[in-house]
Design a protein around this ligand. Structure first.
Ligand SMILES: CC(C)(COP(=O)(O)OP(=O)(O)OC[C@H]1O[C@@H](n2cnc3c(N)ncnc32)[C@H](O)[C@@H]1OP(=O)(O)O)[C@@H](O)C(=O)NCCC(=O)NCCS
Length: 147
């Protein structure tokens, strides 16, 4: 059985593999969601809430969290297809939750894109429940690089 380790993201050690994983798993097209930009901004923010799951040197999963003093958020939960249903995703989310809890966070939120409802069961297995909310967002165009 492979030994799975969860540790803070390191730009030197993990960058290329995280980018490759996110391109495979998420494949976002929008400029503000490009992995290189997302990573650069998170690293610059330096809140120590970005984690990877590794087997040996290989990155097999990610989770990114954020805490703004009011709510914690969980983003970018991804596990390589060949490692799914082996508890990696659960370990990543629990790890991020632990880090948020240590910062004083009282409630963690996350969003699931329309069409990806099958992951509700995954988050429900970790104690999350679907809440009646309408999610809205707005892009701040001057901060998004032109493609
Ligand atoms: C969602 C994801 C992170 C789950 O990772 P994982 O390592 O396979 O999850 P776990 O092995 O920890 O699953 C724990 C439990 O969650 C549930 N679960 C996980 N994936 C599920 C799925 N696709 N459908 C239904 N239940 C699921 C099961 O109850 C599972 O327990 P079991 O394997 O004993 O039945 C992974 O499938 C993934 O990377 N998906 C693509 C990216 C994505 O959609 N991320 C979420 C964005 S909001």
């Amino acid at each position: 059985m492979d030994r799975i380790c969860i540790s803070p993201y390191s730009d030197i050690a993990h960058r290329a593999e995280v980018i490759a994983l996110w391109k495979t798993v998420f494949g976002y097209k929008e400029a503000h969601n490009q992995p290189e930009l997302v990573i650069d901004q998170k690293v610059a923010f330096d809140d120590e809430l970005f984690f990877v799951a590794t087997v040996g040197e290989a990155v097999i999963g990610t989770v990114m969290a954020g805490y703004d003093g009011h709510r914690g958020w969980i983003y970018s939960v991804a596990v390589s297809p060949e490692y799914r249903r082996r508890d990696v995703g659960s370990q990543l989310v629990r790890f991020a939750e632990g880090a948020l809890a240590r910062k004083g966070c009282m409630k963690v939120n996350l969003q699931i894109l329309e069409g990806n409802e099958s992951v509700i069961a995954f988050y429900a297995s970790l104690g999350f429940s679907v809440e009646k909310r309408i999610s809205m967002g707005k892009r701040i165009k001057e901060n998004i690089p032109a493609t």
